[in-house]
Design a protein around this ligand. Sequence first.
Ligand code: URP
Ligand code: ZN
Ligand code: ZN
Length: 459
Amino acid sequence: MGLVVRNGEIVTVGSRVKGDVYAENETVTRIGKNLEVPPGTEIIDASGKFVFPGFIDPHVHIYLPFMATFAKDTHETASIAALIGGTTTYIEMCCPNRTDDALAGYELWKSKANGKSACDYAFHMSVTKFGEETESQLREIVADGTSSFKIFLAYKNFFGVDDGEMYQTLTLAKKLGVIVTAHCENAELVARLQAQLIAEGKTGPEWHEPSRPESVEAEGTGRFATFLENTGATGYVVHLSCERALNAGVAAKERGVRLSVEAVLPHLLLDKSFAERPGVEGMKHVMSPPLRAKKNQDVLWNALSRGLVDTVGTDHCPFDVEQKLLGTDAFTNIPNGIPGIEDRVNLLYSFGVQKGRIDLDRFVDIASTRAAKLFGLYPRKGTIEVGSDADLVVFDTNYRGIVSAKTQHVNNDYNGFEGMAIEGRPSVVTVRGKVQARDGKFVGERGRGRLLKREPAYF
Ligand code: URP
Ligand code: ZN
Ligand code: ZN
């Protein structure tokens, strides 16, 4: 049975038209005005609403063994939360650590999602060491359709790679046409600063930011860019948090380095005073790179509106209060991460578009289209065109609500954005032509999500 979304304002990058979208066999087959549809077609009235392409979160953690514990969500809970919030595709970081076998890790991450996710998904494959088998294993993973890598310059002795391993990864990525995403903080400096602060008795969550200052992130961003420049590889800085790191990224872009930049929701809306709150309230807001001085928020919004920052993800990474309390004696033991998969689109619309910081065109680009283009999903995802997957978000700009852990679907007992006002939310969300969420509720088919195979693109 087909589905038609009638009379909405269809918004894609560079285009806004009023009309209907008709989908059949999972794809958009017609776009126009007053479309004739066969009897039995499911009709969704989008009058007075926007119709956006399904949103893409390019940076999430769902299955994640990390800092002596595991992130809380499953693909079932995370995908339902994602869909309610308008995200129809997410890209999860597949993160085996240095002592794990990469291929076994890849299979493990796939098994956690298979048949469980209600929305479509893909992986960035982390390269956490570069040994004898790494090249052949990565070739196998790319041949399987996972055509993006992840490296961590932070997290010494766990996920972190050294400069030699970064060079090997980028050289191989260039040969394979694979984009490399990178967490850019200097691992050695973080380790030294952490040890120094702890030795001085500075153990609370308020010391997390000083242990990873802006200069440490700027160094990592600049070094990653220099390695891209000298290998010819294509890169993407994840969760860039501050002006100094942005300057390093923009300077690289200006000299022709093939580099894109991601901001994440926490750095746009929260500042370091949240992590300075006493006890567990502060711990809830510990992530890396850390929440920064407030002035960086305007810098990031401005860079988003000017196209200097390319995408907005979440770095969704839920740990509950009990897990956060693992860091009671030392901030270095607080599991790093803040959830956000359910709230990204609504908060970005409310604090970006509604507050006049970004226009609708940038909103669609940074929350959907650009990620689809960078990660080999376009035009299947990230747009509304004949032939695209029918992932549609009918968006109600009149909705008003408040973010709260009490009403969230993410598997966690707090929400880092608690109390923030929402101005607009999805009223209907489809995945490949099937309605999966309506007005804050999951109404679809569990396990409908598919692993998206992606071709290498950056030779
Ligand atoms: O604090 C964070 N960001 N936790 C998840 C791991 C990472 O670095 O992305
Ligand atoms: Zn990271
Ligand atoms: Zn992350």
